[in-house]
Ligand binder design. Structure first.
Ligand code: FES
Length: 336
């Protein structure tokens, strides 16, 4: 049995089938609501149920507390409709042709960027295209229904090949395959584009773009897209990593900063090694952002990285005056 969902304050309504999540039903109807992990762990899809009943088939997801649940908040990537619903979300966009598709792709290049990071290029079949927004991600579809999510590191105008930055996690099913077995020409299947981490072009505020580890990948896509569009907004790019080899494409943001007046670049290392001979910033990358920008009230902030970084940064940036609706983030566990 299906139910109707209406988004408060908009003309948007869509139907949701039994067993389908609200986010999936919205995507099917061509609407993008905020979401990232689709597994109940990041909190990006949090909204409010104004009226009606929802259920969670696997119990309350990790990213929502019992208090938030009792107060009517909900994680729409996990919630199922038990009645018609009126919901409130932070943002709703018409997806146009940016709809998730399931496609095959061939590995068209593999580069080792750091001892544990590879850049993988994918090529789609000749008659296929993947419209996407810079910063979105794809899910590789593995045997047994497993998925592995990776952000797109190229910009949409440069879509001859898709680019992914993949970190090797010892013992990881997929990253182990990428580092130990995968050859050029290998055939993979994926679903994408996914997520609502992308450049909002309808703002003229200066931007802070912060990547942690391979979270630099989607930041790269967003910056390349902004440069392609001729965006004149100032951009301060931060890249947090452990040691020098982890800044695996350091020359690229340095070049952006040298060749574009409005771009600044600050790499920050958490554990520089004696061999690194590091003269730059040291510590947690989000702390460096606040040191250099103690008042964030006039900025848009884009950040991508592991959940501990994202959670700490959300708190620190809110304290520094950043309004919640100007913080865009992609919180990911490195995919094993
Ligand atoms: Fe729903 Fe991450 S918790 S998208």
């Amino acid at each position: 049995m299906s139910h109707q969902v209406h988004i408060q304050g908009s003309d948007h309504a869509f139907s949701v089938e039994e067993g389908e999540s609200i986010i999936d039903a919205a995507l099917r109807a061509g609407l993008m609501l905020p979401y990232s992990c689709r597994s109940g762990t990041c909190g990006t899809c949090m909204g409010e149920v104004v009226s009606g009943e929802i259920t969670y088939p696997d119990g309350l997801p990790p990213a929502i507390s019992a208090d938030q649940d009792a107060a009517g908040q909900a994680l729409f990537c996990q919630a199922r409709a038990a009645s018609d619903l009126e919901i409130r979300v932070r943002e709703v966009r018409e997806a146009g042709d940016i709809r998730p598709q399931r496609l095959p792709a061939r590995v068209d290049g593999i580069e080792t960027l750091a001892p544990d990071v590879r850049r993988v290029f994918l090529k789609l079949p000749r008659d296929k295209r993947l419209p996407f927004l810079a910063g979105q991600y794809i899910d590789f579809l593995l045997r047994g229904g497993q998925r592995r999510s990776f952000s797109l590191a190229n910009a949409p105008h440069d879509d001859e090949r898709l680019e992914l930055h993949i970190r090797h996690l010892p013992g990881g099913v997929f990253s182990g395959y990428v580092f130990e077995e995968m050859q050029e020409g290998a055939l993979l299947r994926f679903e994408g584009p996914l997520g609502n981490f992308f450049l909002r072009e309808d703002s003229d505020r200066p931007m802070i773009l912060m990547g942690g580890g391979t979270g630099f990948g989607p930041i790269k896509g967003i910056v390349e897209h902004a440069l392609h569009l001729g965006v004149a907004r100032p951009m301060h790019i931060y890249w947090g990593a452990r040691a020098v080899p982890d800044l695996y494409l350091d020359a690229l943001p340095r070049r952006w900063a040298e060749t574009h007046e409005g771009i600044q670049y600050t790499p920050v290392l958490s554990e520089p090694q004696p061999d690194d001979d590091w003269q730059g910033a040291v510590g947690f990358v989000h702390e460096q952002v606040v040191r250099e920008h103690p008042d964030l009230s006039g900025f848009d902030v884009y950040m991508s990285g592991p959940p501990p970084m994202i959670n700490a940064a959300r708190e620190a940036f809110t304290e520094a005056g950043l309004p919640a609706d100007r913080l865009y983030y992609d919180s990911f566990e490195a995919a094993a």
